[in-house]
Structures are given as C-alpha cells and as structure tokens.
Design a protein around this ligand. Structure first.
Ligand code: AMP
Length: 418
C-alpha cells in the first residue's frame, strides 16, 4: 500500500516521502481514509506504531481543504491533547514536519516552560495546538486561546491521561469545544474507563486497531531474572557490561528509585541518567538527547516519564521493578522490537515483587521465561523483603487477600530445576 492510495493530497504525499516514509504503517493504512472521511475514531495504538502521522496527516489534509474565514486572524482549528510534556514536544515536531509545505501554524503548549513565550506564540495566531491539559486550561483561563473554532479534537494516549488523573481537566476542555467536531481517541489499552470516556466523547466512531490488544511484539525476546533486592543494581550493571548494551531503557517504579539507580550505575562506571517528573524540563530534554545520541548508555525512567518517548531502534528494555499495573508491562516492552526489529526485554524480580507477576502473565495469557544468573541466584528465604505494594486505602482487605493468594501460588516459581 502507498500513501497516495490513502486519499492524501499530492503535497502531503511528497512531504512524507521526503521524510523517508516509504509505506504507511498498519494504523496509518486503517485510520487515514476514515479520518479523511470526517468520521470519529477510536484507535488502539501504542507509541511506535506511527499513530502521530495516522491522525496528523489526514487532519492537515482536511484543514487544507476547509474554507477559512474571511478574517485574516488564525483560529485554532485542531487541538491535540497529550498527557506529557515530552509527548507534546514530539507530536509538535511531527506536525511541524508534516505541515512544512503549508501555511498552517502549530504551537505547542505544555508546563515546565515559560508561559509568556507560549502566550506570545498563541497571540500570533495558530491553526493547530498540541497541549497538555493543565497548561492549556491556564492559557484558556487567561484568555490567551479560544477553543470555540476547534473542528478536529485528538485525545492521544487517553489511557495514560486517565492514569495521570486528567479526567476532570479533559472534561473542562470539552466544555469549551463545540459539539460539531471530529474527535479521535487514541489509546494503547481499552479499559472499561476508556470505553466509558469514548462513549461520552465520540459520535458513532469507527474502531481501528494497530496490533493485537495486550500483546507484545513477536520479535521481542523476554527474560525474567529472580534476584535479591539488594543485588538488583549489581545484576543490571553486570548485564549492561557483560552484554555490551549500548542503549538501554530501564524502568523503575518511583522517582527516588530512578535517581538512586542512576547513581549506582554511575559508580559502576556506566553512564546513566534518570528522567522523572521531579526534573526540570531542560534536564529531561537533555537527558533524552544524551541518550539518543549515545552519550548516555542507560536512561532510567518512571512509567509516567517514559510514556510516549520516541526513541527509535531501542534494543533493550529492563524492568528494574515489575510494574504495579500489568498493562504497563505491555507499554514498557512495546518500547523495543518495533517495526519488526529484534528486541530484548529483561525483568528483574525480587521476592517482594513476585506477586506482581501473576497479573502480568494473566494479561499476556502466557508464562514469562525465567532464568537464574550465576552469581545472582536469589536466596531461598527472603531476608528483610517486605512486600512492595502501593499504599492501599482502608476497605481494600479483600484485594489484599487476593494478592496474598497470588503470592502463595507464586511461592516456588522460578526455581531452577536441579
Ligand atoms: P509514533 O507512533 O507516532 O510515535 O511514531 C513512531 C516513529 O515512527 C516516529 O519516529 C515516526 O517518525 C516513525 N514513522 C511513522 N510513520 C512511519 C512510516 N510510515 N514509515 C516509517 N517511519 C514512520
């Protein structure tokens, strides 16, 4: 299939060719004709599937055809809401590259950077705004932006938006949009909450899917290493060094954990940097840039910070901590093995996190291969390993009991056969 066959205009087809895209990705082939026809869309697609072009190209195509008001003032006709600053910057850069041969103007609006500079950019007038919800509402509140002319509304990474508690902000933004508009919702997973949101937001949507739900790419090799908590950092340093990994994305569950691990790896002579919500925008951008250019070998990130980072050709991903949410395992692993490339996903599991394995394996509907690494075998009786659980509210005792039951099921799992 060629881009030309999807109904995009010649100049956009030429632009994507110049960008080196030879053929559309599956989500692009499915979504572009539907978006061009003006339909609402519910799309299951993760980062790395080419989803940004899947919504940007047909929207730009439509905007080029839409009659523009006689007034010379530029009005926001497309709003893309994203959960994180990094994703806002990435989507902005993609939209700018797709619209470079047009007169359309795009502005990115997100927290952590000067609100004044964004206000000035908005004042000049723009057709497309890529925004995180909080900063967008700040600008709206101050009268820097009007949303009443928005014809195309995209909610990108909707599942992460809800995880990050953006539902009230999304609802506030919606109140400022006109009901007659095209709405596209992209999400990596379809939880009941996403379905509920989609039901409220979309009008007779078409549904498209980039890949099988809750599955990991067939080209990703997975391995789980049971290891004592105290030896995890040493095991990671050993893997990076002995296997000569040059670029590895490592997931920790907490911001403090990401900073601590980066320090420990540096002590082992491995160039590492952490990226989390406590860092300034400048520090986060620099960390990502250093990682992309190979000046840093290990990028240590929390799920939130890593969400949506576009790092092409990532060969290794490490779960230093197993995620609390099974879906996050799929998101994390989805960072490698893209576009048919081979990838490796390694998980380090200490005793205190064993109970998190069952939900992951249930979601994947298969067992993860396990191996003990010589010198890092877990001790038979866990010492000082308190179960590592999120804070739970009172009245969740039934959930706790379920978790305990899962823990019991897992006792003895992963033992090496002698
Ligand atoms: P996304 O899922 O939108 O974050 O895109 C992931 C990466 O795939 C980005 O670096 C895009 O530039 C790239 N990409 C998107 N569409 C194509 C395509 N049709 N051919 C090759 N690369 C693409």
């Amino acid at each position: 299939m060629l881009f030309r066959e999807l109904g995009l205009c010649n100049s956009l087809c030429e632009t994507v060719e110049q960008l080196g895209y030879t053929e559309p990705t599956p989500i692009q082939s499915k979504a572009i004709p539907l978006v061009l026809s003006g339909k609402d869309l519910l799309a299951a697609a993760q980062t790395g599937t080419g989803k940004t072009a899947a919504f940007s190209l047909p929207i730009i195509n439509q905007m080029l055809k839409e009659p523009i008001a006689v007034s010379s003032e530029k009005k926001v006709r497309c709003l893309v809401l994203v959960p994180t600053r990094e994703l806002a910057q990435q989507v902005f850069e993609a939209v700018v590259s797709f619209s470079k041969e047009t007169s359309l103007r795009c502005v990115a609006v997100y927290g952590g950077t000067s609100i004044k500079a964004q206000r000035d950019a908005l004042k000049l007038g723009c057709d497309i705004v890529v925004a995180t919800p909080g900063r967008l509402l700040d600008h709206h509140h101050c009268g820097h932006i009007s949303l009443k002319h928005v014809e195309h509304f995209v909610l990108d990474e909707a599942d992460r938006m809800l995880d990050m508690g953006f539902k009230p902000d999304i609802q506030r933004v919606l109140r400022h949009l006109k009901p007659q508009r095209q709405t596209l919702l992209f999400s990596a997973t379809f939880t009941p909450q996403i379905k509920e949101l989609a039901y409220k937001l979309l009008n007779e949507p078409e549904e498209v899917e980039a890949s099988e739900q809750n599955s990991t790419a067939a080209t990703v090799k997975e391995m789980l290493y049971p290891v004592d908590k105290q030896k995890k950092a040493a095991l990671l340093a050993y893997l990076i060094g002995s296997r000569n990994w040059q670029q590895v994305l490592v997931f920790t569950r907490t911001k403090e954990g990401s900073d601590k691990l980066a320090k420990e790896l540096k002590l082992d002579g491995i160039k590492a940097v952490s990226i989390n919500g406590d860092k300034s925008q400048g520090a986060r951008t620099k960390a990502l840039e250093d990682f992309k250019t190979g000046q840093v070998r290990a990028l240590i990130a929390t799920d939130v910070a890593a969400r949506g980072l576009d790092i092409p050709q990532l060969d290794q991903v490490v779960n230093f901590d197993l995620p609390f949410k099974a879906e996050d395992y799929v998101h994390r692993i989805g960072r490698t093995g893209r576009a048919g490339r081979e990838g490796l996903a390694v998980s380090l599991m200490s005793h205190d996190q064993e109970y998190l394995l069952t939900p992951i394996e249930n979601l994947l509907d298969r067992r993860l291969p396990q191996e003990w690494l010589a010198g890092f075998e877990p001790s038979p009786t866990p010492v000082n390993d308190k179960p590592d659980q999120p804070r739970q509210r009172k009245g969740r005792n039934r959930d706790k009991q379920k978790l305990k039951a899962k823990l019991k099921i897992h006792a003895g799992r992963g033992k090496k056969k002698s």
